[in-house]
Design a protein around this ligand. Structure first.
Ligand code: IMP
Ligand code: MG
Length: 196
């Protein structure tokens, strides 16, 4: 008898919270693209120390993978903001919950963010950073959901452009869960399934 193929339904079966997951971007694709972005960044700034500023907590895996792939002088810092509660809807309000450890004055800053959605978070952060007189600021996002944009924010480096679906994994969470998933998946909730 032919071997039974693993049904696509397997990954979409509901868990105990009534949620189901569908893989959107595999770990292999993620790693490949992150390596390409790292090369692009170094190519754009061949001789400069780069200061990566990760937005906690969603960008942690992206930043660490990216940082390892950029040759030459690279330093890190982290900032944290909050805009989402335990929901898939943004509150639209951004609040700084943890500031940087060191000054960015005169530095080439690469803001590293997990996802560009409405753009409110990055618009807020850019305002904060620009006042601190960096040499220049560039934005790297792993994912871009252009359909949801409210604030006119442009990312210089984009990993993947995705449709308007709520995604988790590779740092992205739903109520602090799923961040440790190595792939990016679309999360369907029992009750609320959309982000708009
Ligand atoms: P924005 O301010 O609407 O651009 O949202 C950016 C932040 O919202 C990201 O840093 C994420 O933390 C969160 N976010 C937006 N979309 C998603 C998603 O699909 N899954 C998980 N978090 C998301
Ligand atoms: Mg985030």
């Amino acid at each position: 008898m032919a071997k039974k193929k693993k049904s696509a339904k397997t990954s979409q079966r509901k868990n105990k919270n009534g949620e189901s997951l569908r893989i959107l971007i595999s770990r292999t694709k993620l790693q490949k693209r992150v390596t390409e972005i790292a090369r692009e960044i170094r190519k754009d700034f061949p001789d400069e120390p780069l200061h990566l500023v990760g937005v906690l907590k969603g960008a942690v895996f992206f930043l660490t993978d990216l940082g390892k792939q950029i040759p030459g002088e690279v330093s890190f810092d982290f900032i944290a903001v909050s805009s989402y509660g335990g929901d898939t809807h943004s509150s639209g309000q951004v609040r700084l919950t943890r500031d940087l450890d060191s000054s960015i004055e005169g530095k080439t800053v690469i803001v590293v963010e997990d996802i560009l959605d409405t753009g409110m978070t990055l618009q807020y952060l850019l305002r904060v950073f620009e006042q601190r007189k960096p040499k220049r600021i560039r934005i790297a996002v792993l994912l871009d959901k252009p359909e949801r944009r409210i604030a006119a924010v442009h990312a210089d480096y984009v990993g993947f452009t995705i449709p308007n679906e709520f995604v988790v994994g590779y740092g992205l969470d739903y109520a602090e869960r799923y961040r440790n998933m190595p792939d990016v998946g679309v999360l369907s909730l029992g009750t609320i399934a959309k982000t708009s």
